[in-house]
Design a protein around this ligand. Structure first.
Ligand SMILES: [Zn+2]
Length: 463
């Protein structure tokens, strides 16, 4: 048996409150971002007090979001940007772009040099600017995570009166070292700078467990030297855990060779430090057999996460997470394959696809009810049909319940060698169905990547 993969939910917005309130007890961890905390201080603290009934569960992490004050590569121009444009929005009042309030507040709380960065609209760049006071960055970042929730709690009389609440519930389970994005253009120096910040954080916080977020372009996996550097420098920091955030790395799209390199990195890194992934899905969970301790994602998205988000993208349809291939696909495409695979009753669906409480509740005795997960409506006669809010919610709940109650156990029951077989068995005949095959190409790559023991980084690059 492998160890049980831990699931940490990245909580993105209060629109997701219901999921957290209902399923918080099943989560191992909750990652709460500093900008959301600053935008909704009282609401954040009272939510956390409700969700975190006992101090230990789920583990709480505050994401200090320091990278957002650093440089990045503008996807439009492909140039390094240092004017913080990615956290600005247009203000009617001043008729110009200004840093959003939540980030202004976060920067002010993190202290110098973040405060000045906001004032001057100039990124904090510990890689390119040697005059940056790294100890100040570390001090402010750690102080923020340790104290901020308690400070808000103490200052707000209404929250203080919440029955049974105590400040212990507001103590994070670990603190993150400050971290900045390592783009291709400054990857090696960036890895070193982040490792140095993490080392300083370990020295500055001898009592709290310190974690680090290794926030690098996924292209790190194209270079043996950089992958080894990442592994060695993170190992040497003294942190308790490293959260790998390979920007844009997508386990559904990655080639077998990329998957094997990633697996080698996890296996090697986990020899000296706990490894989590900041954005991962079912394949990353299966890496529990190679030392991956846990994965993190959002309520119904975020199993891959680019550092630079595309702004203004329309909210996508929340598709049904289809367990046989561990991917979200369209409900009609699944339904069309039912006859060929002999799924004629609700019972056979529960056996072959998903038996979670949500699916059982929605489908009941009638297989036709499965289409409720894909229900569409038109807001106006000539508009394109969009998913109903109910269908989106059902899809999210099914995904979370299935992940937290079923997938976690399934992975735990696999030993390292049986993972490929497990994937093969679970996929069954689905990938050969005409309406599913276009979505299932990753299954063969996953199986191949998990066949045999994990390679060393050197071996993975020699292949
Ligand atoms: Zn289900």
């Amino acid at each position: 048996m492998t160890s049980r993969p831990q699931i940490t939910l990245r909580y993105g917005a209060h629109a997701e409150k219901e999921y957290l309130q209902r399923l918080g007890g099943f989560l191992d961890g909750l990652l709460y971002s500093g900008n959301l905390l600053e935008a909704t201080q009282a609401a954040s603290v009272s939510l956390l007090l409700k969700v975190r009934k006992k101090q230990a569960s789920p583990r709480l992490y505050i994401n200090p979001m320091t990278y957002i004050f650093g440089p990045y590569i503008d996807p439009d121009s492909n140039r390094k940007r240092q004017d913080l444009k990615w956290i600005k929005s247009f203000r009617k009042k001043s008729q110009r772009l200004e840093i959003k309030d939540a980030y202004q507040a976060l920067g002010a709380e993190l202290g110098e040099p973040f405060k000045s960065a906001i004032q001057d609209s100039t990124a904090v760049d510990p890689v390119g600017d040697l005059s940056v006071d790294r100890d100040a960055i570390v001090e402010g970042t750690l102080r923020y995570q340790s104290n901020r929730l308690v400070d808000i709690f103490t200052a707000d009389e209404e929250i203080r009166q919440l029955a049974g609440s105590s400040v212990e519930q507001l103590q994070p389970s670990a603190v993150f070292a400050p971290y900045f994005y390592c783009a291709d253009e400054w990857m090696s120096a960036g890895i070193s700078a982040n490792a140095d910040l993490a080392r300083r954080a370990v020295n500055a916080a001898p009592k709290a467990p310190v974690h680090m977020i290794a926030c690098v372009s996924q292209h790190v996996l194209q270079s043996r030297d950089l992958t080894k550097q990442l592994c060695q420098e993170c190992s040497a920091t003294g942190v308790k855990a490293v959260w790998l955030w390979l920007s844009k790395f997508d386990e559904l799209e990655a080639s077998t060779s990329q998957l094997r390199k990633y697996r080698a990195l996890v296996a090697e890194l986990s020899k000296s430090v706990s490894v989590h992934t900041y954005a991962g899905g079912f394949w990353s969970m299966l890496l529990a057999g190679d030392g991956m301790e846990g994965i993190s994602h959002g309520v119904g998205y975020g199993e891959r996460k680019p550092v630079v988000q595309v702004i203004g993208a329309a909210a996508p349809t929340v598709r049904y997470y289809f367990p046989p291939i561990a991917k979200r696909i369209g409900v009609p495409d699944i339904e069309r394959a039912f006859p060929e695979l002999g799924i004629e009753t609700a019972g056979s669906f529960f056996e072959e696809v998903c038996e979670c409480q949500i699916c059982k509740g929605v489908i009941g005795k009638e297989l036709l009810n499965f289409s409720k997960f894909g229900e569409m409506h038109r807001s106006e006669p000539n508009k394109r049909p969009v998913q109903t809010a109910t269908a989106a919610k059902l899809c999210r709940f099914h995904f979370l319940v299935h992940r937290l109650l079923y997938e976690v156990k399934a992975v735990e029951a696999c030993d390292g060698d049986s993972r490929a077989d497990f994937l093969r068995r679970r996929a069954g005949e689905w990938p050969s169905q005409p309406t599913v095959s276009g979505e299932a190409a990753h299954i063969d790559r996953w199986i191949e990547s998990l066949t045999g023991p994990a390679l060393t980084i050197d071996q993975a690059f020699a292949e």
